[in-house]
Design a binder for this molecule. Sequence first.
Ligand code: AMP
Length: 214
Amino acid sequence: MDLIFFGMQGAGKGTLGKSAAERYGMRIFETGGALRALAQEDSELGHKVKSIIEAGHLVPNEVVMEIVEDFMSKLPKNTAVLFDGIPRKVEQAQSLNELLKKHNRTYKAVLIDIKKETAFKRLATRRVCKSCKNVYPTTYTNSSCECNGELVTRADDNPEAIKTRLEAFEKETIPTINIYKDNLIKIDGEPTIKEVEILAFKALDGIMPPPSNS
Ligand code: AMP
């Protein structure tokens, strides 16, 4: 069974997504990461996507859907997927649901719930490893990542772009989450990431295949 992870930016969706995917043997489709990779390309589309991301706006649906369709078409058989960062708009939910239906997949939606003030504070103070992309909160005071990579502030973690991204979440993604309300597991994302992980695993262990270490 696939999982569709929702959460306001800064909810810990990426970090929790990684540990959940590892626990249940899933592949992650990380929309933001795939789009940032596209933004590195020296092409007209790459430049366009880069400027959209840096301004905190949403990338056009057709670009996002093309990437996820390509990912699904190359997916090995019997591999569950954790969707991180998609859908963010009602139209994307419709397209993604059609795509999942076409591939005969079942899914459950998960929302990691935090307040807007928490999101703003976390995004404005977090750092990301340039090489392994691990995210560190303000409480992590080392100057480099555990992998020795350089810790940097993401280009779109500036106050103006954060405001735009959080507004897009409220305007576009909250109505999207509503589509899944009858198939949604809600997890409190306010505590520490370790505590959120415990809450999430408690909720997911009952419906997902047994953890890989058991
Ligand atoms: P994230 O890493 O999830 O915070 O995403 C970073 C940026 O990538 C977002 O602010 C958007 O510009 C873009 N992005 C990520 N997911 C989507 C999506 N589903 N639809 C449109 N744009 C997206």
